[in-house]
Design a protein around this ligand. Structure first.
Ligand code: DGJ
Length: 733
């Protein structure tokens, strides 16, 4: 009897205990994907799952993770592995407390979940150090329709003195698969966003920059990860991620001894130790991630939809056709030249004229890139009646008017450089190296932030008819140092510069909500979702050669939306590469993004002008499909066979576009077959070749086919020579 009582007492103690011990699960979910957080003993929280949504997730509360080979203890993937816990991987947070202790041990305080809007659910995880008054909150926003989850961390210092932050990533994502194929986007000026796919093995690979400005010219803060097999457009598990930060970033991929891939994304900790005063908070940039089990096409479409809905300015407005003066005139223009360009632009059906570099500077006239940057007064010799006269002229011809500016920079030969030497980024006692003959202004300094704001405001104020701005930035940081920041905060420069830039943008956006702004930075040099949130489009690359652009735009559109991808038709031979191409091929490539023109129209023949006019008119009738439709990467220009094909389909599947390209010579005996995607199998579609003056490459041109046929039998095209291309418009019958 005594034994039974002891047993019952024992059970009654144990039962509630085991119920209490059962891990609690929190789901962060969208319509198709899900992240599951789990409370662990010792009030830890782990990331128990990320992937396709499923309903029997309750069993995750018992899921066991791989054990350490030596001690047999589990490697449970913590949600926030700070330095000082049991993890030996690169930590998401490493700091020095006010008293010199360099470790953290975080515990879970609470989890809060709420609806931000019909489409967004927010989960906030509150953690704090077990010993110190240091709090961390991690906010996850799940976008229901777009299947995108964003993550952002806030670190709050309630300690007695400052803490020094040495590492402060935005997100940690542990992934378990048999193998990992990482695609990153790399390049250089005029060759940005190239693709490389690498199989990861145990060890660390990082994608990073230390350039700060034009940070994305050599690496982009985004990635595509294929699990178990190389990335495919229409099958297989894909994780895509992009960091919304316009300065130094680091994406760290560490495969550990359990073959778990540990992904950390955030601001690059390199030389950026940050002193956080007591009672203050530090907010990391947002990391944006998505997942698809049907290949990278779907993951890209998720990011595009999210960008149009929640990131890009004017995401729901069609992109107008621009004529930009740069490749047509360079610095060599006057009022008459520009007025003639505007006249011709109007005749061609162009909707916005943009006056590029060269319109300013008097003591140091901007007639080349040698001088004048910083002196944002209209050059009286070139434009005696001011920019206002040109803007009014454009508007009188039915066009909008835009203007170029590079407000973060200064030429040594300028009034500004002479007046404000303390505003220039420089290392004390060192020479200040120039890049494109220019220096960088120190945006960590509030006086410089104000100057940049005032400069842009004043430039917009040159005419009430300026409604578009091209914001350029043509150098990165090489020798850094701030005369504004105190001695012990020089390492804040990298973070304060970007936050300074964002604060200027925010002010401008508040004051000029309707102005269109193109993100430029030498083309592709500041391409990230942090900068994009203030812009309507981005200048994809200074390389306008359509053969190069096929690759650059394809890789760019894996992450960033075609609608924002400024793609301009320029002259042949191309001024960067010397390649020749037909006007038709150039148009087809540019029509896959936001079409623009970079030509001097007066140099075109009558026949060319009429082709340009008809392509612009065709583009206007189909741009809603490019801007708001779904993007299907049918055939990658990187596939090695020198063919490329891309499709766009409207959300209601009533219309579609097929772009197909031959990038090199192929024997006439071969007809490439492109199987279409995203159509309704039961609908009939009429296939019509547009934007062409030649015989159709498709035997079935102007005929109707079922969606089923087009997606299974495909279309076989007569595209064989280098530079041949076709554009088909498909309409539901
Ligand atoms: C670099 C840009 O990418 C070009 O389009 C042009 O605006 C030049 N700067 C002007 O200096």
């Amino acid at each position: 009897m005594k034994k039974l009582i002891v047993q019952l007492v024992f059970l009654s103690v144990l039962l509630p205990y085991s119920v209490k011990c059962r891990a609690k699960l929190f789901t962060i979910e969208s319509s198709d994907i899900m992240m599951v957080l789990r409370t662990e003993k010792d009030s830890d929280v782990s990331l128990a799952y990320f992937g396709d949504k499923f309903y029997g997730y309750n069993s995750l509360s018992n899921k066991q993770f791989p054990a350490r080979p030596d001690t047999k203890e589990a490697f449970t993937p913590m949600l926030y592995p700070a330095y000082g816990g049991r993890m030996t991987i690169e930590p998401i947070l490493k700091l020095t407390h006010f008293d010199g202790n360099e470790t953290c041990q975080m515990k879970l305080d609470s989890v809060a979940q709420r609806k931000v809007s019909e489409n967004i659910n927010r989960t906030t995880v509150y953690l704090s150090d077990k010993r110190y008054k240091l709090a961390v909150s991690i906010a996850f926003d799940a976008y229901w329709k777009e299947n995108v989850i964003t993550q952002q961390v806030t670190i709050a210092n309630h300690e007695k003195g400052p803490v020094s932050l040495d590492r402060f990533y935005s997100s940690y994502l542990p992934v378990a698969a048999s193998s990992y194929y990482l695609t990153h986007f790399y390049g250089t000026w005029a060759d940005e966003m190239q693709i490389d796919e690498t199989k990861l093995s145990q060890g660390t690979v990082s994608i990073e920059t230390k350039k700060e400005v034009r940070a994305t010219q050599s690496e982009n803060p985004s990635f595509m990860l294929a699990l178990n097999q190389p990335a495919k457009p229409d099958c297989g598990d894909i994780i895509m991620g992009a960091l919304a930060w316009s300065g130094n970033f680091k994406l760290n991929f560490e495969v550990d001894e359990c073959n778990t891939l540990n992904i950390l994304s955030g601001i690059n900790p390199f030389a950026s130790s940050y002193k956080l005063p007591s009672k203050q908070t530090f907010v990391t940039p947002k990391m944006i991630i998505t997942y698809s089990h049907t290949g990278y096409g779907q993951a890209s479409r998720n990011l595009h939809d999210w960008a149009l809905g929640y990131n890009l300015k004017g995401g729901n407005q069609p992109g107008k056709v621009v004529l930009n003066s740069w490749e047509g005139t360079s610095f060599n223009f006057n009022e008459e030249v520009i007025k003639t360009m505007i006249d011709n632009a109007a005749k061609l059906g162009i909707e916005t004229f943009v006056l590029d570099d060269g319109w300013f500077g008097n003591n140091y006239p901007r007639n080349s890139d040698q001088q004048g940057l910083g002196d944002w007064q209209v050059n009286r010799k070139k434009l005696p009646h001011g920019v206002d006269a040109l803007a009014n002229y454009a508007v009188s011809k039915g066009l909008k008017f835009g203007i170029w500016i590079e407000p973060e920079m200064v030429n040594p030969q300028s009034d500004l450089a002479k007046a404000k030497p303390s505003w220039i980024v420089k290392s004390p006692y060192r020479e200040i190296p120039t890049l494109r003959n220019q220096w960088l202004l120190d945006l960590s300094n509030p006086a410089v932030q104000n100057y940049v704001y005032q400069t842009v405001k004043q430039t917009i104020g040159l005419s009430k008819n300026i409604s578009y701005l091209k914001w350029d930035a043509n150098r990165h940081v090489e020798s850094f140092g701030s005369t504004y920041l105190p001695k012990d905060k020089q390492s804040h420069f990298w973070i304060d510069y970007v936050n300074g830039l964002y604060s200027v943008y925010q002010r401008l956006r508040n004051d000029f909500p309707d102005i269109e702004i193109q993100l430029c930075a030498s083309g592709g040099g500041r391409l990230d979702f942090g900068a994009l949130q203030y812009h309507n489009e981005f200048w994809t690359s200074d390389d306008t050669d359509p053969f190069q652009r096929l690759k650059i735009q394809f890789a760019t559109n894996l992450i960033y939306p075609p609608k924002a991808t400024a793609a301009h038709v320029s002259k042949s031979p191309n001024y960067q590469t010397g390649n020749t191409s037909s006007l038709k091929f150039r148009f087809h490539v540019a029509m896959m993004g936001r079409l623009g023109i970079e030509l001097q129209p007066k140099d075109l023949s009558e026949q060319e002008l009429s082709f340009v006019k008809s392509c612009i008119s065709d583009y206007k009738s189909i741009r809603h499909i490019v801007d708001f439709g779904d993007w299907y990467p049918l055939h990658s220009p990187y596939s090695g066979d020198n063919y490329a094909a891309t499709q766009f389909v409207t959300k209601d599947k009533k219309e579609a576009l097929l772009f197909a390209f031959s990038m090199d010579f192929h024997p006439r005996t071969y007809m490439p077959v492109f199987k279409l995607a995203g159509l309704d199998s039961h609908k009939m579609y009429k296939v019509m070749e547009i934007c062409t003056s030649e015989r159709s490459s498709f035997w079935g041109n102007n005929m109707s086919f079922s969606g089923d046929y087009l997606m299974n039998a495909g279309v076989n095209l007569n595209l064989n020579l280098r530079g041949e291309s076709s554009l088909f418009y498909l309409q539901e019958q």
